[in-house]
Design a protein around this ligand. Sequence first.
Ligand SMILES: [Zn+2]
Length: 365
Amino acid sequence: MATCIEWAEERTEECSEWRDEGHNECSAWDDRCCDWWPCSWACKVITWVCVAFVWVSSWVCVAWTVVTTLVCVAWDVVTTVANAILVTLESVLGWVLSAVAFIIELLEAIPILGTLIRWVLNFVTFLIWTIVSLVDAVLGLVGVRPEKLLRVCTVILRDERGAPVATTAYAVDLLQVAVNVFKRDANVRIVPLRPFKYTTGFAGPETVTEDWVSVERGPSDADTLDVPCDAGGAGAEWLLAGSKLQLKMSTNCFYGAWRRVLGYGEPVACFIIRSVPGAFGCALWITDYATVANQTPPTGGGLINRRVLAHEVGHATNLWHLDAASNPTNLMGTPWSSAVPDLTQSRLDWWQVLLVRASKHVSYF
Ligand SMILES: [Zn+2]
């Protein structure tokens, strides 16, 4: 069933809860009424106004839900049809566009200068596509949130001796958590970056399979296998490690090159690397990639942080950290506590949903 309709059911329930609560408050008022005229008379009038207000507003609530749901479903129909055409076109022509974009991406792989080019390009495309999605954000604010797409390209690196740093099953598991969270809370369908990937908002979330994940052909060096985060990661981005990751993205995720250069529906490359010193993963927001550390076997006998890939994709799509103490169930809450189960600790607030959906990585087509 379309997520639009599932959400409508939830909102209709909220409308009737609002109506019931209102009725209770009106009768609580009525019970406290004075019993001498004209006070009793005036009090009754207020009770009637109260009941009428609750009745009208609960119907406005339901009517509004019907209208927004109709718009949402209609838009899902439009994107389903348009995507059938556009995905076919892209599957044929995307390779040509990406071959042109690949040349630009080679320039972006030059240390320092290339980093400057891609940071500027990423910031400019961020501004452009954020402005374009403002209309959609306003609709989202009033409850119209048709399905949007987010493309991921997941690559497992090989260590210096050529052994993959993680199993494909590990990557599949983390991806599935991300798929479920983004679909459930933001109505964003995470899909693998590949041709002929048709989608519709009327289907449930994707089931991640092993073919979503590729294992890089050749070995990597320590500077891309153990990439630090924050200042260290940003520093590495400007030097050889950044160039190498850019090249890995251009070659392993070639099909998305033209989207990366234009910034529209830009895929997020998820590199599964050996370690992220001091963290489970990293995404700098300005870059088109996220890194996720291998956690098998989990260190210190702890549980695997299954939400980490979803969390890093959250950073890539405009989200920042929240304090876990006051946001214990939020996807962006840190520090992560392994004592809490994953999916329940991966909620997105309504304002985070708006930010994610306004991201240039998230698009209708
Ligand atoms: Zn984080």
